[in-house]
Write a protein that binds this ligand. Sequence first.
Ligand SMILES: Cc1cc2nc3c(=O)[nH]c(=O)nc-3n(C[C@H](O)[C@H](O)[C@H](O)COP(=O)(O)OP(=O)(O)OC[C@H]3O[C@@H](n4cnc5c(N)ncnc54)[C@H](O)[C@@H]3O)c2cc1C
Ligand SMILES: *[C@@H]1O[C@H](CO)[C@@H](O)[C@H](O)[C@H]1NC(C)=O
Ligand SMILES: *[C@@H]1O[C@H](CO)[C@@H](O)[C@H](O)[C@H]1NC(C)=O
Ligand SMILES: *[C@@H]1O[C@H](CO)[C@@H](O)[C@H](O)[C@H]1NC(C)=O
Length: 526
Amino acid sequence: MRSLRLLLTALVLSAGTLGQRARRIAIVGGGPAGAASAYFARHELQQHNTPADIHVFERLPRLGGRAHVGTVEYANRTLYFEQGASMFIGKNRHLVDLARSFNLTLCPHPCTLHPADKRPTDDDMVVDAGMLGAYGIWDPLPGPVSGPGRWVVRRHGDQWLRDMLRALWRYGGLGDLRRVRRQTREAVDQFMQSYDQFSRPHDGVYASWDAYLADRPALQQSLYYRAAELYSHGATRISQRFLREVVSLATRVNYMQDVDSISAVGAHISMAAESDEAYSVAGGNHQVFDSMLGHSAEVHLGKEVVAVERNGTGYRLVTTDGVEDGVFDTVIIAAPLPLTKIRLPEGLEDLKSAVKAEYVRMHVTFVIGTLRDDLFPSDTLRLPRLVVTPYGTTLPFNCLSILACLDGTQQCGRPGSLALFKLFSHAPIDLPQVFAHVQWHRRNTWHAYPRLEPRNGNKYGGGEGDESGAFHLPRKSLPPIVLDRMDDAGVFYVNGMETVFSTMESQTVAARHVVRLALFGENFPS
Ligand SMILES: Cc1cc2nc3c(=O)[nH]c(=O)nc-3n(C[C@H](O)[C@H](O)[C@H](O)COP(=O)(O)OP(=O)(O)OC[C@H]3O[C@@H](n4cnc5c(N)ncnc54)[C@H](O)[C@@H]3O)c2cc1C
Ligand SMILES: *[C@@H]1O[C@H](CO)[C@@H](O)[C@H](O)[C@H]1NC(C)=O
Ligand SMILES: *[C@@H]1O[C@H](CO)[C@@H](O)[C@H](O)[C@H]1NC(C)=O
Ligand SMILES: *[C@@H]1O[C@H](CO)[C@@H](O)[C@H](O)[C@H]1NC(C)=O
């Protein structure tokens, strides 16, 4: 009886597409890229009236990958905080539109709200840190925290005019800001062309990231320069001070790198993040990816893929539990290959060096406590929301931000007041060096994102300022998308895109490109 009902259901489900075999797709990884691969594959195939059988394999017992929420109880309230990827900007169309379509709450970053909260409702004690000034550059002179440091720059937030006048004076007008903004806008606009391409049914298919970038010259060129080089020559030259205090601040906060090592693309993306409205999803960004997967795939949690093998006309997956049932037409790897132990089909050993990328090892520390009051000059009445150490400084941290004030509005930002803090650092934080009192803390370490270096390494170091010369050098290819192909089947790789830059949004965009290529090939039917 039961099997008859199943059979009938199957017949009804396949009625519209009778005779067509379901496309079997395996996706490795349940982070932003894996969720988007499943979601967009489901959509594309639906539009072509092709049935799909989509499976997602995730090593961890949870979805979201580097989008991973944490919680802590304080004063009868649950505070939510992002342990990894925390924010996205209003221009990030996939994340913004999808969050809205799933009825999730977009919350100004940083956000400690519960998923059901619709807007910050400050109770008596827990106060949103949004009232504080934007940022300050704090120099921990003279040694690793042995006396009060010095404010190099401080934005007060509540004194907008004073902040602006000071900035105008400090950076000699608005010229540098304009030059940087123009570069940022060009790169971001070219990235955003992807959305228009997706809206055309036959567009947005690239066989490689190199082909993708060839259509986006501002991004492509910026990938072969360090930020410091781009901004030291010709028409894009800006002052060293603006470079180190504004551009490097953004790259330090977003990618843990200074302007003299990060690629110019990394600087553009960091500047975009710092100059647009930033949001998080109340209760955790991972909910966007959970919801994308909930509608589109069968999810297998706690299953680590250890090998992809050719099998007849398709592929079999081997996980830590053994060989998975069935043969897949398409395998999409949506995790950083250099960090996994996945064995690829025979003959693909050379891919190891092609997909190589060094991931930034970083520490994220959360603390409920009070800061040492001897860190800051004694006339510091209120701290800014974000405290960044200067260019080239990594101790005691790269940056420290206040996520929520826990002593009420009056005390919010006062150096000795209780707050929920987040710190980014290259080495584990030595808590007593920074905090007078710690009530609670949590430490995370991540392989956060690839080091965003210019693709050709240091070849342009100490150049003569002849930018055009740089482009005559051979360009090192980006990691491949197509790892293996047999007739209609293939193995595809999303995370090579991360070596250009790494964000949740760009990984969903990369996944959508890869899905189109995997399902329809380069000769996308129009
Ligand atoms: C501290 C930190 C801060 C960040 N801040 C931001 C930010 O503010 N904004 C932003 O947009 N981005 C930010 N990022 C970057 C962002 O997290 C990444 O760009 C994004 O998560 C990449 O998505 P992904 O799906 O490609 O990879 P991941 O998120 O890493 O997901 C890959 C998934 O694959 C799984 N997996 C790996 N190997 C296997 C295997 N063999 N079998 C099965 N499953 C496997 C992993 O467990 C993981 O769940 C930050 C990252 C970190 C660490
Ligand atoms: C938490 O809730 C308990 C029980 O409702 C109450 O007695 C206590 O005062 C609350 N604590 C705070 C800090 O609000
Ligand atoms: C979102 O909310 C609207 C209105 O309340 C509702 O019609 C819709 O079904 C909800 N969508 C989801 C995905 O929950
Ligand atoms: C396909 O995989 C199955 C199960 O591992 C195995 O028995 C079979 O021999 C394989 N076939 C080919 C052609 O590799």
